[in-house]
Structures are given as structure tokens and as C-alpha cells.
Design a protein around this ligand. Structure first.
Ligand code: UDX
Ligand code: UDX
Length: 445
């Protein structure tokens, strides 16, 4: 863990507005490295749970750090943004930026918070930080909003400090990031941001990228778009491999081993989901269109991602023929492993399509059951993969949970009615599945 034993360390009063995945993780980590953190959210029931040390979502290690820092008094949850602005030197905006129907980021919450900050600004300097993922020019708009509602505001800066944390490893990504990007236009703002991140910068190899505000905003959308491009490229190769009878794992390893390319984010599957990639890529496409740059590459990435789960479904239908009345077991529901997040989860699209065809669906997920019960109540949920698979005519894997690599396949074989596995994440070992008597279909094989 990062600790702030450095004698020169000066705790900073930090305010976080929006205690969602990003804001809560950021607040918890800042308090853990020694800062004094106030966290506000407009959802009072969420605040109540947080005060009790209960995380509103599953994220490895988060609840322990939350409890530790609430107990130490360094992390407090409040409902009033005015109180937060009065008592924080650095204020992070971490509210959600959902997509509009045309892909544009809906910035109403960011504007609302900017107005609230404006009305609450004291005479003393305040640093306002955009951490929510936002399109280029947003920091300028936040500055403009504050000036418009508080023409008398004396001393403040707005900086862009995008987050790069992945759900499932959010604490590790925050505490040991590859880089910390700060887009600022004043020395005072840059210096204060260095102090905020000092313990992390001192004790990790994280690179501090101090850039212009617009560059920082573009780094975030650019990074997510490139990662999504790699995934769609992998899915394109997988599609080609299925059509020509090659093996995508071999092909992508052969491509990714080149250090200029890298193997990370080259795993084919049923497509990327989550709260970030689909929305950020759509927002970036919209930005490109607005500034007169062709969005063709981004559009292709989106199209391939949409094809990935459809292609998988077609394969299931081709093999199983009539789906009406077929008993199908879905293993894994969350959009990726180590989270209970179902936002844009490909599993939900697949389950809804199977249900529409009349299939009888059972499911198991180590963490996402409660949320899934709410989203698709027609499914029969089980406590473990074996109970979910009992009597099924096909197993469909939708999430890359580590647990599924350890399945007792001979035991599973005895429980199912028909031994067929469709592995949408290539997590089950084909040879072991076949040795246990299953017919195995991976993606790109
Ligand atoms: C969100 C964005 O979607 C993401 O792009 C960005 O990088 C960070 O913020 P996330 O943290 O996953 O991601 O969003 P969410 O879990 O929905 O959390 C947002 C929180 O802000 C919620 O708890 C919501 O109640 C709160 N909120 C929203 C406010 O406190 N005030 C508001 O006006 C609006
Ligand atoms: C992403 C970014 O990685 C993070 O930096 C950003 O700030 C927030 O968005 P997250 O959405 O939490 O993080 O998860 P990530 O690990 O990026 O996975 C996104 C999706 O891509 C998942 O559905 C995952 O299953 C899928 N994926 C990932 C693939 O299909 N193949 C891969 O090789 C990698």
C-alpha cells in the first residue's frame, strides 16, 4: 500500500462530488494516502450506506479501505455541495456523463455541479478538477459557467485529470497507475495537483503527464478508443478465423507478441461492454464529427463490437437449431470479471435474445446475481455453476471469471442433458472440455 510517511507530505482538503465507481474509488484512495476527504452525492440512500462502511457496488478491496478510512476520520460523506466547497481546497467532479441518443455525452450533471460550485465559491482559491470522462472543451465550459454565475469569483482554476481505472482492479489502478494526466493552464494548479498525487508519484513508477487542458481531455477519449479498437480488431480476426478455419488465439498471439503491438486488449469475445467504452467511443465519434474529422475508424469499431455478440448468437442457433423450449445455462453475467456491474453487459443482450426465441434460461454469476435478478427476472438463478447447468442442453459462457477456468468439467458433464459449451470469452480450456466429453465452441476457433 502507498503510505504518506514522507515528512514533507502535506495533507490536502479534498472534496469529491459524485460517489459512483470513479468518485468513490478516488475518494477512498486519496484518504488512504493521507488526505482529508469529503465525499458528496445527490443520492441520500447511497450516502447512508457509505457512512456505515458499506460499498454500493462490488469492487475488490474497496469496502475494506472504505471502512478503514471512515474509521480514521479522514473520509466523510456529506450531502451538501456548498459545505463541501467551503471545506475543500481541491474539488473533483466525478458525476456521471451518460450518452444521449445520438452518442453525445450528456453534460447536464457536470453543468449542474459547476453551478453549485460557483454559488458556493469562497474568496479563497479553489481548484476544480474534471475527473468525469468528458469531451474536449468541457473544462473551458465549466470555467465559463462558473464565471457566468459568479462574475465576482476571485480565485479558482479548472483542470482536467481523467481517470483510467478499470472496474475490478480500480484500487490497484488508482494506487499504481501507469500515468497521471493533468491538463492545467496555471502553475498554481499544476503545483497543487502534484501535491495531491505526491505519495503515489513518490512510491510508484507512475509518469506525471502535465499537458494542456484540451490535450488531457483528448488523451482520455483517445486511450479508450484505441483500447476498444484493439478489441474490435481481435474480434475481426476471430471472425476471419472462424470463416477460414484458423485459430484466433494462435493468430492474435502471433500478432500481439510484437512489442510494438502488445497482447493486452487483444482478446476476442462477445464484445466490450461496461459504462465506459460504449459511451466514450460514441462521444468521441460525435466530437470528431463536430470538429470536421472523419469518424470512420470509430464507427467501424462500434459496428464490429455490435456484430460480436450477434455472431455468437447465430452460432448458438446454428448448432442448437430450434431454441424454443431449449434449456440454456448462462455462466457469467457482469460485463467483465471481478465486478457486479451489468451496464451494457453483452450477457444481457444474449439472454434477452434467447428468451425471445423461447429458450428456458438458467444462470450463475459469482457477484452480479442481485442486479441481474432485477434486470432479467425471467431467468432462473443458481448459487453455483453446477446447479445452473443441471439438465441444460447447452452452456453459454459470457464473462471471463477466473472461477470458470477451474470448473470440474467431468462433474459438469454428468449434470447436463447435452454436453455443448459455447465459450464467449475463451476461458474454458478446449482440450479439457473435449476430454470431459463436451463439444466446445470458442470464439475464433
Ligand atoms: C461516471 C461517468 O459515467 C464516467 O464517464 C466518468 O469518468 C466518471 O463518472 P461512474 O463513476 O461509473 O462514471 O458513474 P456512477 O457510478 O453513475 O456515479 C456517478 C455518481 O454521481 C452517482 O452516485 C450519482 O448519484 C452522483 N451524482 C450525479 C451526484 O452526486 N450529483 C449529480 O448531480 C449527478
Ligand atoms: C475501461 C478502461 O480500461 C479504463 O481505463 C477506463 O478508464 C474505463 O473504461 P472498464 O470498462 O472498467 O475500463 O474495463 P476493461 O477492462 O477496459 O474492459 C472493458 C470491456 O472490454 C469488458 O467488457 C471486457 O470484457 C472487454 N474486453 C477487454 C475484451 O473483450 N477483450 C479484451 O482483450 C479486453
Amino acid at each position: 500500500m502507498i503510505c504518506s510517511m514522507d515528512k514533507k507530505f502535506k495533507p490536502i482538503r479534498i472534496g469529491i462530488i459524485g460517489a459512483g465507481y470513479v468518485g468513490l474509488t478516488t475518494g477512498v484512495c486519496f484518504s488512504d494516502i493521507g488526505h482529508q476527504v469529503l465525499c458528496a452525492d445527490s443520492d441520500s440512500s447511497k450516502l447512508e450506506r457509505l457512512r456505515q462502511g458499506e460499498s454500493p457496488f462490488f469492487e475488490p478491496g474497496l469496502e475494506e479501505l472504505l471502512r478503514k478510512n471512515v474509521a480514521s476520520g479522514r473520509l466523510r460523506f456529506i450531502s451538501d455541495n456548498t459545505e463541501l466547497v467551503a471545506n475543500s481546497d481541491v474539488i473533483f467532479i466525478c458525476v456521471n456523463t451518460p450518452p444521449k441518443s445520438d452518442g453525445r455525452a450528456d453534460l447536464r450533471y457536470v453543468e449542474q455541479v459547476a453551478k453549485e460550485i460557483a454559488f458556493a465559491l469562497p474568496d479563497e482559491y479553489r481548484l476544480i478538477v474534471d475527473k468525469s470522462t468528458v469531451p474536449v472543451h468541457t473544462a473551458e465550459k465549466v470555467t465559463e459557467t462558473i464565471r457566468r454565475y459568479r462574475p465576482d469569483a476571485k480565485s479558482f482554476d479548472v483542470v482536467s485529470n481523467p481517470e483510467f481505472l478499470r472496474e475490478g482492479s480500480a484500487i490497484e489502478d488508482t494506487m499504481r497507475p501507469d500515468r497521471i494526466v493533468v491538463g492545467a493552464s496555471s502553475d498554481r494548479a499544476r503545483q497543487l495537483m502534484r501535491e495531491v498525487y505526491q505519495p503515489i508519484l513518490n512510491q510508484t513508477k507512475a509518469e506525471l503527464c502535465e499537458v494542456s487542458i484540451r490535450s488531457a481531455e483528448l488523451i482520455k477519449h483517445g486511450a479508450n478508443t484505441l483500447l476498444a479498437t484493439k478489441i474490435s480488431f481481435a474480434n475481426l480476426i476471430a471472425d476471419a478465423c472462424e470463416n477460414v478455419g484458423a485459430n484466433a488465439s494462435e493468430v492474435l498471439h502471433g500478432i500481439g507478441i510484437d512489442r510494438r503491438i502488445g497482447e493486452a486488449f487483444l482478446k476476442p469475445g462477445i464484445g466490450f461492454g461496461g459504462s465506459c467504452f460504449p459511451k466514450d467511443i460514441a462521444a468521441f465519434r460525435h466530437t470528431l464529427q463536430t470538429v470536421g474529422v472523419s469518424p470512420a475508424l470509430v464507427t467501424a469499431v462500434e459496428e464490429i463490437n455490435d456484430t460480436a455478440y450477434r455472431r455468437f448468437l447465430q452460432r448458438i442457433e446454428r448448432v442448437l437449431w430450434v431454441l424454443d423450449g431449449k434449456r440454456i445455462c448462462v455462466l457469467g453475467l457482469s460485463f467483465k470479471a471481478n465486478t457486479d456491474d451489468l451496464r451494457n453487459a453483452p450477457s444481457l443482450r444474449i439472454i434477452r435474445a434467447l428468451l425471445k426465441e423461447g429458450a428456458v434460461v438458467s444462470a450463475y454469476d459469482p457477484k452480479a446475481r442481485a442486479k441481474a435478478q432485477h434486470a432479467v427476472p425471467e431467468v432462473k438463478y443458481a448459487d453455483n455453476p453446477y446447479a445452473a447447468a443441471e439438465g441444460s442442453e447447452a452452456i453459454v459462457v459470457c464473462t471471463e471469471w477466473d472461477e470458470f477456468t477451474q470448473l470440474d468439467l467431468p462433474r459438469l458433464r454428468k449434470l447436463v442433458l447435452m454436453p455443448i459449451i459455447f465459450d464467449g470469452r475463451n476461458v474454458i480450456n478446449r482440450a479439457s472440455a473435449e476430454a470431459a466429453g463436451f463439444t466446445y465452441y470458442g470464439v475464433g476457433h
